[in-house]
Ligand binder design. Sequence first.
Ligand SMILES: Cc1cc2nc3c(=O)[nH]c(=O)nc-3n(C[C@H](O)[C@H](O)[C@H](O)COP(=O)(O)O)c2cc1C
Length: 228
Amino acid sequence: MKILVINGSPKKENSDTMHITRAFLEGMNEAGGNEVKTIDVIDKHIEYCRGCFACMRNGGDCIHNDDMRPILEEILESDLLIFSYPLYCYGMPAPLKALLDRTLPLSSMAMHKVGERYEHVGQADFSHLKYLMICGCGFPNSQHNFEPAVAQFKLCFPNNHTMITVPESPMFKAPEAAEVTAPRLELVAEAGKQYAETGRIDEALLSEICSPMIPEDVYAQIVNGTVN
Ligand SMILES: Cc1cc2nc3c(=O)[nH]c(=O)nc-3n(C[C@H](O)[C@H](O)[C@H](O)COP(=O)(O)O)c2cc1C
């Protein structure tokens, strides 16, 4: 399988979230070899979409000539897109949102009704693509936190999507937290293997992965103890 990891953390390989993503990929690779490419979005020159809609009108050509051109090609050549990113203000970091906006050339201006909502008709065929969101965050609570990011992901990618949201993710970089992070990453690897083999993750496993690793109040106390 051709996998494109779109790393939206400005911390690149030092991203807390990428600990989860790497464990997931290890699990996927256990089930069989994959071709994995990672894009660090922060390093890419991606202009903001100007909203001119030129790309939707004239066969998909954007007015900008920047790194988004090869990225669009890589997206279409992939089987699976993994959006790995930290929750920023209940959504995705701005550089990743800029990339998402610039996928507009893949759609045409025409819209059609699918179920109860309207979607743009594709200019490219991306029906083969699967979408995985892996999102870490700094608070211990998932509710009243991840919902906007989850809703956006589902609306952007209504088909073939899977979402992993992990609270308390700064713990992944703390060696003293290994007692709880190592078993969690093992579960993530198991999920990756399952996903590679069946195209889905068992609900019970997913909800365990998405739960806090230590009680919310204990986590908050630890974080507050490091604040001076
Ligand atoms: C600008 C900014 C906004 C943030 N907003 C949230 C938020 O809405 N909810 C949350 O739980 N954590 C929030 N965080 C914390 C990050 O999600 C957290 O530090 C995460 O572990 C960083 O992951 P990374 O190392 O993969 O970039 C925010 C951090 C920054 C820098």
